[in-house]
Design a protein around this ligand. Structure first.
Ligand code: PLP
Length: 436
């Protein structure tokens, strides 16, 4: 189906004028491939938007959605429940670190982030520490587009149009330093000390004003920023010492992207809250979630007066279709051992992407698990143009990559094979040879 009028749809995060002048549509998907509106097969190097981790059109998931729609299409989730929401919460909590046995559902990563920030505030208030309202994010962090996530996020273009945002927010420095750590394979050796900036912010604001620190353990959207060795450990230590909650935004890393259920497992660091979305339903039905540590949950529950304990929720929290899709997805991850498969593929993927080190325009390559970032020198006076041209050239030659600024990001479905990894890398190499 090709729509004959493109005007009405104001597309998200899109150069609408450029797209509508030269539309590139996706009309079907199966396994590792999309089909474009002209019938071309497009190899998916990005799992959609970091989300179709088990590949596309997976039958156990689509069957589960179909069955659920026919049985219970919707049920109110306020003061009522439906069984699938409880099953899904248990299944999600079983995928999280052992101290994290509570799950609050949202419909997107942005909502999961705002939910986590609100839970952090509720936790401190419940402890009689209601003056702890300050939230610390990080430069180049992406936590979605709602006001909370935008405020703790650190992307200038996402922030500057929208006024003063949340008050009482501060930011850590980001961890990317190409002059110190270019072409690192896996975690860079350089940069753990950047976590010590949190001590500076604590000195500046007072620990007793700070509710939470939120970071992506591996920052994806701003171009794959891999945490330096020791950095996350240090953040955990400082937050714990000062009674500050640590939130890992795992919207990209949960589940399986690093070859472990979560980045928390991969790095062996347990935060107090984890935000999830994308991979938990294999992106088939929108769903977000917050994994909440027992101590955070119990504090809020035990101190709440009789009645509703947390005044927060969404009409579609725990939507039956999302739960059905999620349960089938988590079972598929387990039965096909996709996280183990991703872990086994990671070294091959790493070697393959680093073959581009000598390609034209490339100034850095970084990777972890099944994620890679390939940074290009910007064309003078035209930041972002070069990578966008690579994106178009790859697409027109049958490979889907993602670009952010002048950085190419790869995050293929975990079912990718060696030949498909090679195909993506070779296509990027030849596209780099073509663009100016
Ligand atoms: N947090 C992180 C780390 C993300 O990468 C994203 C989306 O890419 C979000 C939050 C926002 O998720 P959504 O687009 O589902 O609102």
């Amino acid at each position: 189906m090709v729509p004959n009028d493109l005007a009405a749809h104001w597309m998200p995060f899109t150069n609408n004028r450029a797209f509508k002048a030269h539309p590139r549509m996706l009309v079907a998907a199966d396994g590792m491939f999309y089909t474009s509106h002209s019938g071309a097969s497009i190899l998916d190097g990005t799992a959609g938007l970091w989300c179709s981790n088990a590949g596309h059109n997976r039958q156990p998931i689509t069957d589960a959605i179909r069955r659920q729609a026919a049985e219970l299409d919707f049920a109110p989730g306020f003061q009522l429940g439906h069984p699938m929401a409880f099953s899904m919460a248990s299944a999600v909590s079983a995928m999280l670190p052992t101290e994290m046995n509570r799950v609050f559902f949202s419909n997107s990563g942005s909502e999961a982030v705002d939910t986590a920030l609100k839970i952090a505030l509720a936790f401190h208030r419940a402890r009689g520490d209601g003056q702890r309202t300050r939230l610390i994010g990080r430069e180049r962090g992406y936590h979605g587009t709602n006001f909370g996530g935008m405020s703790v996020g650190g992307i200038v273009n996402n922030r500057r149009t929208f006024g003063p945002l949340l008050p009482g927010v501060d930011h850590l420095p980001h961890t990317l330093n190409i002059s110190e750590a270019a072409f690192s394979r896996g975690q860079p050796e350089w940069g753990a000390h950047l976590a010590d900036d949190l001590e500076r912010l604590i000195g500046l604001h007072g620990a007793d004003t700070i509710a939470a620190v939120i970071v992506e353990p591996l920052a994806g959207s701003t171009g794959v920023l891999v945490p330096p060795r020791g950095y996350l450990e240090r953040l955990r230590e400082i937050t714990r010492t000062h009674g500050i909650l640590l939130i890992f935004d795992e919207v990209i890393t949960g589940f399986g992207r690093l070859g472990a259920p979560t980045a928390a497992h991969f790095f062996g660091i347990t935060p107090d809250l984890i935000t999830l979305a994308k991979g938990i339903t294999n992106a088939t039905v929108p769903m977000g979630a917050v994994g909440v540590s027992d101590h955070v949950h119990d504090t809020v529950m035990q101190t709440a007066p009789d009645g509703i304990e947390l005044f927060h929720g969404y009409t579609y929290s725990g939507h039956p279709l999302a739960c059905a899709a999620g349960l089938a997805t988590l079972e598929l991850y387990r039965s096909e051992q996709l996280f183990e498969q991703a872990a086994a593929l990671a070294p091959y993927f790493e070697s393959a992407v680093h073959r581009l080190a000598d390609a034209r325009h490339v100034i850095d390559i970084r990777n972890l698990g099944l994620v890679a970032g390939i940074e290009l020198a910007p064309r003078p006076g035209e930041p972002g143009k070069r990578a966008m041209e690579v994106f178009h050239h790859c697409f027109d030659n049958g490979v889907l990559i993602r670009v952010t600024g002048d950085i190419i990001a790869l995050s293929p479905p975990l079912i990718i094979d060696h030949a498909q990894i090679d195909r993506i890398v070779e296509q990027i190499g030849s596209s780099l040879g073509v663009v100016r």
